[in-house]
Design a protein around this ligand. Structure first.
Ligand code: NAD
Length: 424
């Protein structure tokens, strides 16, 4: 892939990574190019410039996006990201990944994604609330329980979802719980949703280790990113008996070959002023780059895109990579990891536990009947295990890696639906 350069550092484009895998899957399936052309591009792109009054009285304008990639399987679904790195190509790639993800776990949704270019850590709660409500007003004709349903992603969580449901409900004059998922439990959220993505990463890890004939006891794991996905993945994988030897976040990496106490790390972040691992004790400080290259059984990238690239892929010493983040591996790195014999459970499978339980939340909202956590987890685990097996078997059938197999399964399903619906 052609990476552009920024001060000597290659910069990758996640949309290009997505398209490369998409094209490879089109070839494996022998899909008619006309249908491929429909699915390669998003259905709809909405961009809004959002003015917000800051606490100091000044007015700042924020760029907000919502990209609906597809609606062929049902209303579109996908999170909202608050980050300074947000840009249209990234949101387009994330929206397409949501389409493939929903198809893989067999839930009746299309794909979408939203993003606001902002630094949520540098904003007060009041500023974030005004921004979130203004974004919701800007997207009021896109969002809807039957049309497009947002959820949390990097930099957003239950509080932002509560503001969205409140603002959307006010606009429409009635409570519309099902317009967004990842809500607080008292506002129609689902038990198990906060843990769902990390739980799916754990189920994927367990399934992959079993296929590789590796017992969790004695295995080691390195996790990059310690937010919702990274911290819960680390906690649940450690509960399987795997030793977590390194964790990281924006403040850097923390390594202890005797094992990191994950619960202590979660408590540390919750109590720290800037909600990071900065100053986490009993661990050696390393960089995020060094962390990725540690010798371990399982590597879970759970932070950002484009972390495993042709620059470092040949130095990766994990036996298994389970992608908690979206797009952590660039397209050119795939072949390098394959050549090293590293099994990669791709993002669109490994982190699909989140959207699966989001779907359960939406179902519960529409029924007005709420499930126990045990029921949510049991059903989500079943969905993730079945999806893993389907992708693993497809990879064996076509003799391709699991990433390509995941795209093949997803694209086949969405393209079949597209052909049946017709209307061109
Ligand atoms: P989050 O905001 O809760 O946490 C992100 C973590 O990454 C934080 O610990 C942050 O410090 C760290 N981080 C940020 N920049 C970093 C860097 N340059 N190097 C190392 N660490 C860095 O976000 P999240 O919801 O956990 O999402 C993480 C990834 O998982 C994203 O790719 C997201 O799209 C994906 N994902 C999230 C969900 C979900 O349900 N939250 C579902 C599917 C996929």
């Amino acid at each position: 892939m052609t990476a552009s350069m920024n001060s000597g550092t290659p910069v990758y484009n996640p949309l290009e990574s997505m398209n490369r895998r998409f094209d490879a899957a089109v070839e494996v399936l022998g899909l008619d190019v006309q249908f491929a052309n429909v699915l390669r591009v998003p259905d709809k792109v909405v961009m809004a410039n959002i003015p917000v009054t800051m606490d100091d009285g000044t007015i700042q304008v924020f760029e907000g996006y919502r990209v609906v990639h597809s609606h062929h399987l049902g209303p579109s679904k996908g999170g909202i990201r608050y980050s300074m790195d947000v840009n249209l190509d990234e949101v387009k790639a994330l929206a397409a990944w949501m389409t493939w993800k929903c198809a893989i776990v067999n839930i009746p949704y299309g794909g979408a994604k939203g993003g606001i270019k902002c630094n949520p850590r540098a904003m007060s709660k009041g500023e974030l609330e005004r921004l979130t409500r203004a974004y919701t007003r800007a997207m009021k004709d896109v969002f809807g329980p039957e049309t497009d349903i947002p959820a949390p992603d990097m930099g957003t969580g239950q509080q932002e979802m509560a503001w969205i449901v409140d603002e959307y409900s006010k606009i429409n004059g009635k409570n519309a719980w099902a317009v967004v998922t990842g809500k607080p439990i008292v506002l129609g959220g689902s038990l198990g949703r906060v843990e769902a993505t990390g739980r799916g990463v754990m189920v994927s890890t367990r399934s992959a280790l079993a296929k590789m004939g590796i017992k969790p006891n004695g295995a080691t794991c390195v996790v990059q990113g310690f937010g919702n996905v990274g911290s819960i993945s680390a906690k649940l994988i450690s509960q399987m008996g795997v030793k977590i030897i390194a964790i990281s976040d924006i403040s850097g990496g923390y390594y202890n070959e005797d094992g990191i106490d994950v619960n202590a790390a979660i408590d540390f972040v919750a109590k720290s002023e800037n909600r990071t691992l900065e100053g986490f004790p009993n661990a050696k400080n390393i960089s995020n780059g060094e962390l990725l290259e540690l010798e371990c059984t399982v590597l879970v990238p759970a932070a950002m895109e484009d972390q495993i690239t042709p620059e470092n892929a040949h130095k990766i010493r994990a036996k298994l990579i389970v992608e908690g983040a979206n797009g952590p591996t660039t397209a050119d790195a795939d072949a390098i990891l394959d050549a090293k014999g590293i099994l990669v459970v791709p993002d669109i499978l490994a982190n699909a536990g989140g959207v699966t339980v989001s779907y359960f939340e939406w179902v519960q909202n529409r029924l007005g009947y709420y499930w126990t956590e045990e029921r949510v987890n049991r059903r989500a685990d079943r969905v993730m295990k079945a999806a893993f097996d389907t992708i693993y078997n497809t990879s064996e059938k076509h003799k391709v890696n699991m990433r390509l197999a995941a795209y093949v399964v997803a694209l086949d399903k969405v393209a079949t639906t597209l052909k049946l619906r017709g209307s061109f």
